[in-house]
Structure formats: C-alpha cells, structure tokens
Design a protein around this ligand. Structure first.
Ligand SMILES: *Cc1c(COP(=O)(O)O)cnc(C)c1O
Length: 391
C-alpha cells in the first residue's frame, strides 16, 4: 500500500515528554508552602508507597538511579580489584557507577533478539575476581533472571538489577528489582514515572537498606534529616564518609502521585505498543520481539532496528528523515565500547561485543509516552510508512 506524501506536523514531537497532571502540581505547591522542601515526610511516604507497589522489604529513595547503583555497589562491598559484569547495551551510568565504587566493569554481550545481557556470555566472563552482576532489563523486557540467579548462586555473586526501564516489569510472578540483592530505579524525566531527577533502591536486606540510607546523606546517622523538626534539635553523628544523594520532598511530591497512575500510564503505553506492532508490521525494519509468556513488559522503549541493506536508510539517515516530519526519537544506546573514555581506559573495542555493537548502530526508539495523543501516534506511524515507501 502506497501512502500519499504525508504532511509534516506543525509542532516537533519531543521524544518522551512526561505526563504531569494537576494532582502532582497541587502536591508540589503544598510542599512549597509547607516550607519543608528537602528530605522529609513526603520522601518517607513515597518510599512506603513504592515498597508496597513492588512488594519489597526495604526501599530507600535517592537523588537518581545512578546514586542507587553506586550505593548498592558500595553496600555490596565492591572495592578495588573486584570485577562487576554488566551489559554493553546500557546507559553509561551503569558502567560509571561500577567505576566510581572502585570496581572494574566487565562487559558480557547481549542476546541479539531480546537485547538483554546473555547469561551464556556472563558465564564466559566470570573469573575469580568477579563479585557482582548488573543485569539491565532493557526497554522494560525482563532479563533471564533464573539463569542469572543460578550463575550468581554458583559463583557467590551479588546481583544488582538496573531497573531504570523496569518499574512495571515482572518475571515469573516476581517484580523486577525484587529478584536480586538490590533493585535500582530511576524517576528521571524520560522514565515511566518521573520526579524530575530521582531514584530508589529496593532490597530484601535490612542492613543493606540501612547502610544505603546513611551513605545517601553524608554518612550521618539515620534520621539526621529530622534534626530541624518540631521534636527539637538532635545531634547527629557521622559514621562513615557518605554522599549527598538524598531525594527531596519536592521530588517525592511528584512521585507519590505519578505512582498512583503507574498502571493507567502502562495501559496507555501498551495500547501504543500494539498499534506500532500492528501498523508497522510488514515493513523492512525489525520490531521488538514478542514478550515471553511468564513476564510482564515495562513498555519503556519501543525500539526498532534499521539496516540500510534492508530498508534503504542507515539509522542516522532515518533520524534525519523523521526530523523532516517533526518527529523526535531517542537512541538507546550506542554500545558502551563506542565511547572514547572506555576505549582509552580499558582498551575496549565495539567489535568485542558484536551483538551490542550492531544493535547500538541500528537502533532507534520511537515515542512511547502516556502523554501521546492518538494523532501523535498516527503521525509517527505515517511518517515511517511514508519514508520507507519513498526509499
Ligand atoms: C536512566 C538510566 C540510568 C540512570 O538513571 P538516573 O536516574 O538518570 O541516574 C541508569 N541505567 C539505565 C539503564 C538508564 O536508562
């Protein structure tokens, strides 16, 4: 079916705009008027709500998922010389957190179909120095957690799930972030629910949770944030050299209301997901594979793969074409070894993890926000069909 040339949208469709509604706005205003902007009762409530939503034992809110990963690694005891295995198809934060904790990152290639870290590749990378694995539930698709947990058990490794894409993700009736020793979440502006900047750690281990809480606020004794409260001033003690990673009540005010709508937003993204699958099928591009039966997809990123030999456009040429239609996209991600820092520091080459290299060079994320209107989604679909018709 040939489409007529499609008119360009009037306004640029910004990739991953968050949906912010009146309840968040009113809560933020209330918090501003209360005068308690920093870490306080709203953060405590957001932690409690998130813990319940995820059926987790302990939750600690932090300033970002990067902070959550960093403190999880420290709580796990990662120090100089320890190797931590992760995926090359992730945001740089995953790898940087390992380096900041003093560990040595080791990359295990992805499965080219799921785009998740391949347990067989993890096994090849395990050495006597390996201490932890950070699987990333890429795009919201659950990793092969049974295999990963088996490897971890066999080799006595800590598992830190990078759940930045996986707020709603489930694997065999377990919620992502509850399967390993730590689960790290992001509420950054492009994520499934947002607080602007923000993150959360889940853990089943009370000592880990307590250590992370302390490390997140300068290493001051727990509840130091209450020192200016109406119970009167309380002395605190610094018990280790921590970080300034606490979440603010201003952020939690947004998160509390975003979390109430997490299922509604997921339903909307699922609707868009299946429209894309249906209306982009039979085109010479690769769509996301079907979700495994016993899992729930988080629907964070709808990624397509573009190969010039098949569709006539390289990924970057296709981005330019979409820009002409006023459609904004994302790239998640150029594989980690494409970046000069890692090449210079570790001698990594993209070719060493070829599946992640290929995916990273061909991948494109389409808009998938709950804020999209049906017309926005039609505009994306029509633009893609039109571009490929004219190839
Ligand atoms: C966004 C993201 C992070 C970092 O999250 P922040 O909250 O921005 O620190 C980490 N890992 C992955 C896979 C991400 O997508």
């Amino acid at each position: 079916m040939k489409n007529a040339t499609i008119a360009k949208r009037d306004e640029f469709l910004v990739f991953a705009l968050p949906l912010i509604e009146d309840d968040e706005i009113e809560e933020v205003v209330k918090t501003l008027k209360s005068g308690w902007l920093g870490s306080g009762p709203k953060v405590a409530q957001f932690e409690e709500d998130f813990k319940q939503y995820k059926d987790a034992d302990y939750a600690v809110a932090l300033s970002s998922c990067t902070a959550a990963l960093h403190l999880s690694l420290i709580a796990a005891g990662i120090t100089a010389g320890d190797e931590v295995i992760t995926t090359p198809l992730t945001f740089c934060a995953t790898v940087n957190a390992i380096i900041h904790a003093g560990g040595t990152p080791v990359l295990a290639d992805i499965d080219p179909h799921t785009l998740n870290i391949d347990p067989k590749e993890i096994l090849k990378k395990v050495t006597s120095k390996t201490k932890a694995i950070i699987p990333v539930h890429f795009a919201g698709r659950a990793c092969e957690m049974d295999e990963i947990m088996d490897i971890a058990k066999q080799h006595k490794l800590i598992v830190i799930e990078d759940c930045a894409h996986a707020i709603e993700t489930e694997y065999k009736n377990q919620k992502a972030g509850n399967i390993g020793d730590f689960g790290c979440f992001s509420f950054y502006v492009t994520k499934n629910i947002v607080t602007g900047e923000g993150g959360m750690v889940l853990t089943p281990n009370k000592d880990y949770a307590s250590r992370i809480k302390t490390l997140g606020l300068h290493g001051m004794t727990k509840d130091a944030w209450k020192r200016f409260g109406d119970d009167g001033y309380k002395h605190y003690q610094v018990v280790e050299c921590g970080f300034k990673y606490n979440m603010m009540d201003l952020q939690a005010s947004i998160g509390i209301h975003q979390l109430k709508k997490v299922d509604k937003y997921w339903d909307r993204r699922e609707e868009i997901w299946f429209r894309y699958l249906e209306e982009l099928k039979n085109l010479p591009i690769t769509l996301p594979m079907a979700t495994a039966n016993d899992t729930k997809h988080g629907y964070h990123l709808f990624t397509v793969l573009l190969e010039k030999e098949k569709c006539g456009y390289s990924r970057d040429e296709f981005i330019e074409e979409l820009k002409n239609y006023n459609i904004g996209i994302g790239v998640h991600y150029m594989s980690i070894p494409e970046h000069p820092y890692y090449q210079d520091t570790f001698g990594w080459k993209p070719e060493s993890t070829p599946h992640a290299m290929n995916a990273g060079r061909n991948i494109l994320s389409l808009p998938l926000s709950a804020k999209l209107t049906d017309q926005d989604v039609s505009d994306v679909i029509n633009a893609i069909r039109s571009i490929l018709d004219h190839a």
